[in-house]
Design a protein around this ligand. Sequence first.
Ligand SMILES: CC(C)=CCC/C(C)=C/CC/C(C)=C/C=C/C(C)=C/C=C/C=C(C)/C=C/C=C(C)/C=C/C=C(C)/C=C/CC(C)(C)O
Ligand SMILES: C[S@@+](CC[C@H](N)C(=O)[O-])C[C@H]1O[C@@H](n2cnc3c(N)ncnc32)[C@H](O)[C@@H]1O
Length: 376
Amino acid sequence: MAAQDPPARGGFDLTRWLNRLIARPDIQSLAARLPFSRGLARRDGAEIFEIVQGFVRSQVLGALVELRVLPWLMERDAYPAELAQGAGIAPERMEILLQAGAAMGLMKRRGDGRFRLSRKGAALIGVPGLEAMIRHHHVFYQDMADPVALLRGEGETGLAQFWPYVFGAKGDIPPEDALRYSDLMAQSQELVAQDTLRMIPLRGVSRLMDVGGGSGVFVSHVARRYPRIALSVFDLPEVIPDARRRLGSAGLDGRVICCAGSFRDGPLQTGADAISLIRVLYDHDDATVGDLLAKVHAALPPGGRLIISEPMSGGARPDPICDVYFAFYTMAMGTGRTRSAARIAELCEAAGFEAVRVAKAPRPFVTSALSCSKPL
Ligand SMILES: CC(C)=CCC/C(C)=C/CC/C(C)=C/C=C/C(C)=C/C=C/C=C(C)/C=C/C=C(C)/C=C/C=C(C)/C=C/CC(C)(C)O
Ligand SMILES: C[S@@+](CC[C@H](N)C(=O)[O-])C[C@H]1O[C@@H](n2cnc3c(N)ncnc32)[C@H](O)[C@@H]1O
């Protein structure tokens, strides 16, 4: 069933009139010829095609990552035939893949037919966790193969099963899988921690508790930057052993207290004058988020601070990445939701917080952040 035709509306609306004109093929072909409109028409056309081919681009990227083409080109320039041999792919097809990679700006085609890694290709290799993220996209993109079924909430999604740990599943996940999820989360936390601490300085904080702190990557960053802040991580009992292991190998076991528990099951420990929720809220529905914020409020002293960091919707100004990728990612996870800073602020205020300050995010696709405080 498609969406129903809208009922006819009376009255003149200039934008609607223009849109009807632009949607006519004869007007489009005229616009493509006239000097004052052809630049715009071409740009719009190319941008529409970018949207149309998005899935193909990400699959090409998937092949480049799977075949480890970028690390190879980091070592030396190569002819398609050299790369084809080890990959079990015919040289002419490898050339098609490399040509596409060059068209996407990840490598350059040299005059002699060899390919060389570009600046963007080199940067991609260096982004912590990005290759692992790209590899796990086959699960997400399988869910996106029938986007209407996803929107209708029909059937179980792959992502809901991929991240059961996130939702507090107990006992039924092999430890090696749990470690793989924690690893993916920990690697991708590196940039999140950098940007969060750049946006929200922790001046004046004496004890920070990172709730849903995973493997402790965020508190490790805080520990390095703020040697005086006392730290603790609170997460599910299945996650805390990995946090202990990682913090131990970073030499931080004496510095960070690890607390196992569930924020669904009881109150949060008191004692911290600041609590952070990094990429926690967007995994959950409004009811769970409301409960959690109320518990955070109860655990903080008057004047205590709450710091929230995660990719956020642009709200009134839709964000080209967060309102597409993260909005559908969290939808495919099942209970999740990509909220705008305004909506998160509303939920914080409903839980009793005030003085919400939304920071300007340098890279909204990495994270956005806000802080607020419990009234004195
Ligand atoms: C010598 C110097 C200093 C400079 C000279 C040369 C120069 C100008 C170089 C510039 C090149 C350069 C260094 C570029 C750097 C580029 C960077 C840092 C790019 C970063 C890109 C980050 C990306 C694409 C991040 C993607 C993140 C994704 C896809 C995260 C997904 C997270 C998910 C799905 C989380 C899921 C968790 C759950 C379960 C929902 O909670
Ligand atoms: C998306 S991960 C974020 C981890 C970390 N903050 C980061 O950004 O890398 C969400 C975290 O919330 C934790 N979590 C989920 N439900 C929880 C609960 N009921 N109580 C405590 N932690 C929970 C998960 O185990 C996971 O570590």
